[in-house]
Design a protein around this ligand. Structure first.
Ligand code: MN
Ligand code: MN
Length: 457
């Protein structure tokens, strides 16, 4: 009787079989491959499309009749992606939606980025998303992105990921001369304008001035056919040049850049790729711009989502608003894992823990839940039933102590569409750091959770 009355959480290792642990670890091998090929939102979309096409997904064609089991995708300007598997039930019965984001905190190059000072060439940067600036100095960086040229074509730039590629670095002060800097706070020690990336030091002998910069422009022109002016219409992102690796003697965790939120993006993607003729139409969103508030044409505040769903509704002569009202959405985003080195920021009883499975967040936001979606009791009730049925190990989590800080996800923007929405994702240690940590079992349970959603009625 006592056992039944008490709520006791257990680690997934205590619940699942050794067989399933092995399955989880195998799943993570595929995840690491996806992650290593997806260092930016553009690359994450490109890699997802490649995988989806192999799984039978085809680009959505407006006006075409689709039937149950058909697999389609809509590319949102190469920076976001919506995938769908058409359900057996009419679309007005609602969609089962999982929405993650594929953008991650990083350093964007400024529009006039290149300069030379004291015979060293640099790129100026403007950080994107919530970073702790001190973490980005003295760290190997890779550069990815596109340059749009005057003739209307674009050039892909990708340098720093291959074994023999050069990498880039932001300098930091030596401890011997850091007496003044050491007196500053952690937040002030490194400023945004100090995040200048070293890109070269060899001069071009014929150049009249800025010989190092000129030499680099010559190299770039040879390799990519670009000039300095072309940076005006470039989107180049500096990201950690670090591969995903197993962490720990037991290999129970994965360290990588960009787990937030490609770890949930991959879970959804994998689940929808394995989804065959579901009851309700299954939707997988890989959104952009979450880290800056879901703004912009490729973020979840954009009407790109409505545009796609309304096309699907049109085929069946269905009403999109009724479809939304009957839909259910898991906003699949990471949450903070309890870190015993910093227990003071969390409230232990209500913080997610690594290895305890998929972390469900009733609300995000800050202080009195401002900026939060705050899912209803009924929505969480539905999740409880769904996960129990499918053997998903899960836990409830809250983002730290009540007055410690806060954060948001795409959840509130989905809820604004009159769609019942709940946050759920993988608990992360060192979230938003250049190298984040997750547990393999939690990655796998998130995938299982998304599969359970797509299966549900
Ligand atoms: Mn996130
Ligand atoms: Mn984030």
């Amino acid at each position: 009787m006592e056992k039944e009355l008490l709520y006791k959480q257990k680690s997934a290792y205590e619940i699942i079989s050794d067989d399933e642990v092995k399955k989880a670890y195998d799943y993570c091998e595929d995840y690491k491959k996806y992650l290593n090929a997806s260092m930016t939102e553009r690359l994450a979309v490109k890699t997802a499309i490649n995988l989806a096409e192999k799984a039978g997904f085809r680009e959505f064609q407006p006006g075409k009749e689709y039937k149950a089991g058909d697999k389609i995708y809509k590319n949102i300007r190469k920076k976001a992606l919506i995938l769908a598997v058409i359900g057996k039930m009419p679309i007005e019965a609602g969609l089962n939606i999982a929405g993650a984001h594929v953008d991650a905190p990083r350093l964007d190059l400024k529009q006039v980025p290149m300069y030379e000072d004291s015979e060293i060439a640099f790129f100026k940067t403007h950080y994107y998303g919530g970073i702790r600036k001190y973490q980005w100095v003295a760290l190997p960086l890779a550069l990815h992105g596109v340059v749009a040229l005057m003739d209307g074509s674009t050039v892909d730039v990708s340098i720093g990921d291959e074994e023999n590629d050069p990498i880039f670095v932001i300098t930091d002060l030596l401890p011997h001369l850091a007496a003044d800097q050491n007196k500053k706070t952690l937040g002030e020690g490194i400023t945004g304008e100090a995040l200048n990336i070293v890109i070269g030091s060899a001069p071009d002998k014929e150049a009249e001035k800025d010989k190092v910069k000129y030499n680099i422009l010559k190299i770039l022109n040879e390799k990519y056919g670009i000039t300095e002016e072309d940076f005006l219409s470039a989107e180049l992102e500096a990201v950690p040049a670090l591969k995903a690796k197993d962490v720990g003697f037991d290999r129970s965790m994965i360290g990588a850049y960009g787990h937030d939120d490609r770890v949930c993006a991959y879970a959804e993607l994998r689940a929808i790729m394995e989804c065959q003729a579901p009851e309700k139409t299954a939707i997988c969103i890989l959104a952009d711009k979450e880290e800056i508030g879901s703004e912009g044409v490729s973020g979840m505040q954009s009407q790109a989502f409505e545009s796609f769903v309304s096309e699907l509704c049109k085929i069946q002569g269905a009403d999109m608003y009724r479809c939304f009202e009957n839909s259910f959405c898991i906003s699949a985003d990471v949450l903070n894992a309890f870190d015993p080195t910093y227990p003071e920021v969390s409230e232990k009883r209500n913080n997610a823990k690594i290895n305890y499975g998929l972390g469900v967040c009733k609300f995000t936001g800050a202080r009195g839940k401002s900026g939060s979606n705050d899912a209803s009791a009924e929505v969480i009730g539905k999740i409880r039933r769904m996960f129990k049925e499918d053997g998903v190990v899960w836990q409830l989590g809250e983002l730290g102590k009540v007055d410690q800080g806060g954060g948001g996800t795409i959840a509130k923007f989905m809820a604004n569409r009159n769609i019942d929405t709940i946050d759920a994702g993988v608990p992360v240690l060192s979230m938003h750091a250049p190298y984040e940590l997750v547990s393999k079992l939690d990655c796998y349970m998130t995938y299982k959770g998304m599969a359970a959603l797509y299966k549900s009625k």
